[in-house]
Ligand binder design. Structure first.
Ligand code: M6R
Length: 624
């Protein structure tokens, strides 16, 4: 939530900052702003510009009225929490003198008390944001420090950060201390990009990947002082921090559209590769699983007597699928919980509980809080994550990375498929270690996993009927999605995609539950999308689903049926039939989700909506 960029170097900071913001816009896009240290006397040495609306609005203003040259700057793209998305609440926020500029991601929970104090002391706050208090608190240290001692920007940020409660990434410039940008991080992401004679700060590496692949993730409660030739990281108390630099293993091309009309379309197309990459290096020569990187000992895994999965949104749906695989393959009881609910119900956890936190960004605050709660209760936490070095894996006992590459479209697509693959790997590994599956059985499933990329490719090649279908649904008021077993989370995911992208009312139901109420919704012509379990799997599941299709059809529904090639039992019940390659029951979501992603994408495009940046949303939700 909110994208942040900072730069010090020899280039024009405005160009670097705008380019970075363009890459981070997926994090929030209701307003944008920049601050440049320009030495311009008309503007107290600081030039700022901010505008409600997408980055293009700000860029347009800056193109018409170019700011003075500057090699030190910061920029922000906002997802509003406190205060409406208007020009006034856009970041940066300034102190009373206009010399200090602050941008922020997160929520400062004690801002109202601080605001009242500041107003009492004569400060004039002009926005409704929580952020603005930081600029005025810095002013008190930097400008009006009664002791008369000069305080540098990093020290002033440390002092102020110690007074703040909540989650925040702050990035600050001071016109009187040019050539330095200072950042602070608590429970919200901030990455340093190391260049030659220049350095970068950003919410994630995509902002500077075109310039450098050398990165340092800031740790919890740390402050960074960024200069042209030096990066100094300390804790909030001023002590030096231990710093680990790493090399990002993808380049700028991965974060670009590569000729696709939308990032989402590119990311859907990348799914075969993403699934294959997530399997690479995890299968040994004998067809067994190797998850050494997971950092949980086999002895610990043998002790596990309960698994709890926490996640949000699409990642939660991956968790629901995981439950079927984990319980079936390992016989360990497994529960799945929406992360934002988890800690409030006082879950029963102990050392034998394995908590699996699934998050593509690794920064989702609800999931992070669930992780912290689980660790406080002495549970072991395994993160499944797509973002190297992000907060959730760093705060977990172990991590299994998905290798989907950067996902820019706000709707999760390739990261979902790779999360599902990752949970299969974890479930199988547990089964292997605990002996609930024989080695040859594990190898059989692995062989099926290995052919999933081909199957997803095949689905993608046969999506024309889905595109046609989407065009016919443009005016539908409601779409229902039905599934059974692992098809139920697939139904939920199909409905979520349609809501977030095409802004259509959609619901996912377990097909058997329909007759307990929701079937009353069915009216003549209502589209009902049904994922049919494999007839080669548990026959009873398949047959029950056939009856459920007949039930909705009898009440006038227009049935859109996703079924395996060769399943002839569905032909007479389907108004529209979409075929998917035969896949074992538990692994089927990897193929059956794809047509639903394509359906949502096509419908959103047909209805004229912004697919990559749907309204009211942001890619990483870093507030609770
Ligand atoms: O980064 P995370 O996987 O933790 O994000 C969780 C959800 O916010 C995310 O999956 C969201 O539901 C997507 N926009 C769905 O497409």
């Amino acid at each position: 939530m909110c994208g942040i960029v900072g730069y010090v170097g020899d280039r024009q900071a405005l160009d670097v900052v705008l380019e970075g913001l363009a890459r981070l816009e997926y994090r929030g896009y209701d307003s944008a702003g920049i601050a440049l240290v320009t030495g311009d006397p008309r503007a107290t040495g600081l030039t700022t510009e901010k505008r409600a609306g997408k980055l293009a609005v700000l860029a347009g203003v800056l193109a018409e009225q170019a700011p003075p040259p500057s090699t030190t700057g910061i920029g922000h793209t906002r997802w509003a929490t406190h205060g409406a998305p208007n020009d006034r609440n856009a970041h940066p926020h300034l102190d009373c003198t206009g010399r200090i500029a602050v941008i922020h991601n997160g929520i400062i929970e004690n801002f109202s008390g601080l605001r009242a104090e500041l107003q009492e002391r004569g400060h004039v706050l002009v926005s409704e944001t929580d952020t603005e208090v930081v600029a005025h608190l810095l002013e008190e240290v930097l400008v009006a420090d009664g002791t008369g001692t000069w305080v540098d920007l990093a020290e002033s940020v440390r002092r102020v950060a110690r007074r703040l409660k909540g989650a925040f990434t702050l990035v600050v410039v001071d016109a009187d201390q040019p050539d330095v940008v200072v950042g602070a991080r608590r429970s919200s992401p901030l990455v340093v990009g190391r260049g030659d004679g220049e350095n970068f700060l950003a919410s994630d590496v995509t902002a500077f990947i075109a310039h450098t692949r050398r990165a340092i993730e800031l740790g919890q409660d740390q402050v960074v002082e960024l200069r042209r030739d030096r990066v100094q990281i300390t804790s909030f108390d001023g002590s030096a921090a231990v710093v680990t630099e790493y090399e990002v293993d993808w380049d700028v091309a991965a974060a670009e559209k590569a000729g696709y009309e939308h990032f989402m379309l590119k990311e859907i197309a990348e799914q075969p590769r993403a699934v294959a990459d997530t399997l690479i290096g995890r299968i040994d020569a004998r067809g067994g699983l190797v998850l050494d990187e997971m950092r949980l000992s086999d002895a610990d895994l043998r002790e596990v007597d309960k698994i709890l999965i926490v996640a949000c949104g699409t990642a939660y749906h991956a968790g629901l699928i995981a439950k079927y695989a984990i319980e079936h393959w390992t016989r360990i009881p497994c529960e799945v919980e929406i992360a934002s609910e988890f800690r409030y119900r006082d879950p029963i956890l102990d050392r034998q509980t394995l908590v699996i936190a699934i998050s593509q960004s690794g920064e989702t605050m609800d999931t992070l809080m669930a992780v912290r709660h689980a660790r406080e209760q002495h549970a072991q936490v395994l993160a499944i994550c797509n973002t190297n070095g992000s907060t959730i894996p760093r705060e977990s006992d172990a991590v299994l990375y998905t290798h989907a590459g950067p996902e820019i479209g706000v709707a999760a697509t390739k990261t979902f498929l790779t999360q599902v693959v990752a949970v299969y790997l974890v479930a199988l590994y547990l089964a292997q270690v605990r002996g609930t599956k024989y080695a040859d059985e594990v190898r059989e499933v692995i062989a099926e996993l290995a052919v999933l990329p081909e199957k997803v490719e095949k689905v993608l090649e046969t999506m024309e009927p889905v595109r046609e279908l989407a065009r016919s649904l443009v005016d539908a008021r409601t779409v229902l999605f039905l599934g059974r077993h692992v098809g139920y989370p697939v139904a939920l995911e199909g409905a979520l995609k349609l809501k977030e992208l095409a802004y259509m009312h959609a619901e996912g139901f377990p097909a058997g539950e329909l007759k307990h109420g929701p079937i009353a919704l069915i009216e003549e012509g209502m589209p009902v999308v049904v994922t049919v379990p494999s007839p080669r799997g548990r026959g009873v599941l398949h047959d029950k689903m056939i009856s459920n299709i007949a039930e909705v059809r009898a009440r006038g529904a227009r049935t859109i049926v996703l079924a395996e090639e060769g399943d002839e039992s569905v032909v007479d019940l389907a108004d529209v039939l979409v075929r998917v390659p035969p896949t074992p029951t538990l692994l089927a979501p990897v193929v059956t989700t794809v047509p639903l992603q394509v359906l949502a994408y096509e419908l959103a495009v047909a209805r004229g909506f912004d697919v990559d940046q749907p309204r009211n949303l942001a890619k990483s939700v870093t507030v609770e």
